[in-house]
Design a protein around this ligand. Sequence first.
Ligand code: FCB
Length: 497
Amino acid sequence: MSLLTRRRLLRRAALSATAAGAARTGLAGATAAGLAASASALGACDSPPERESDAERNGTLRFPPGFGWGAATSAYQIEGAAKEDGRGESVWDTFSRTPGRTANGDTGDVAADHYHRYAQDLDLMRELGLRSYRFSISWPRIQADGSGRPNQRGLDFYRRLLDGLHEREIAPMATLFHWDLPQALQDDGGWENRDTAERFADYADAVFRALGEQVPVWLTINEPKTVVQNGYLTGHHAPGHQDEAAAYLVAHHLQLAHGLAVQALRASGVPGRIGPALNLHPCYPADDSTEAAAATTLYDGYENRLYLDSIFKGAYPRDVLADLGPDSRMARAVRDGDLKIISSPVDLLAVQYYTPLYVTGSGDTVRRWPTSQADWQQIYPQGMYDILTRVTRDYGRVPITITENGLPCPDAPGPDGTVDDAGRVTFLRDHFTVAHKAITDGVPLESYHVWSLLDNFEWNEGYEQRWGLIYVDYPTQRRIFKRSAHWYRDVIRRNGL
Ligand code: FCB
């Protein structure tokens, strides 16, 4: 592995170690003109002054008719009911129960108790006016050990959820895998084992056949890159490995699993659309040097092209392969025909945008904009515009949905019981504004899902970071619409700002 790659990995490990309770930095750059300026130098969550954009004042920023305003969640982060109705163990059960892995030793055992409260949550979605709801299906609820006959009680839960969505005229968008790999498969090598990709296709096939009539849009694997980087490089996500060689082998098998699932949907005759869910990071040089430009190109390869070129061009990027070396575990694992499977035509691309990256000549990353409570997140709405337009330019006019974008804050109810997350309103307003501009400039963006519908279990951060539009009081499981939820309901009603 190249020096550059090594440096960036070490840097990431150092960053993630300081993630909990990260300081909110106010950088001089935040005073620059433009949308990014609204990320207050006091910290994105601190209440900015009351501010309405011109568009909002004049009601001029309308989205296309039928635009899919939505919100997103994932199974392990909200469902709880970890041991009910035949659900098996996942890698996240194992990981979160291992001392020292998550903030405060938090687990998803109860989470937002959505498994029991889904009907109430559906009513909240209706109250919010959602047109689209993106959620994930828990593999270990469907196949406790990751293979074999599907568990009827697990399928029934999702059937009830889907019925409830249709009754409320909310379009479902179902992710097949949001990181909760059955532990039994991990015991057999997890994503390092090629067979896991085949198991995934079987699981997907079972889900398509059982639920296909009710699901118009499927997403295959949520953020394969995060499994690679957090699960296998830094180790601060399940399964908690730090193994550079394994990481990119895992990248290949995750993408193979994606392609096999696309093929399984087509073979099943089930009519839904399907695509990948990728977290894309626009990469910029940190300075004007030629070294920074070169390092940024390679960085972009690892962050974006490794997952986009394979699916949309049927080839892994040459610079990344060269950097990994011809004898890497990944290079040796790619078989004839694999890229053909991975590049099976998809119907849409789901983009998850949180942050830009600024790369120095030595392959380090530096911060340019204020961060949020998640210290890996720099608040830079323009980055969303840049990545959306770039994807459309480089990969063609494939329909795009934003399946995640949001801000974590240490929200708490005030004395009057309301939750005033003004910073989240500002954040969303600025991102919606650039999304609208991207549409105007030709990006076929059809929907936008805020992360997240509800406060939930934020992986290794446990319950310390609240990302929801709706506050969850965990001891009582009471739900409270935050100010951002009230604001978002108006946006949806108006179909714009
Ligand atoms: C994304 C994950 C999602 C949530 C947000 C904050 O990377 O897909 O589950 O953790 O980050």
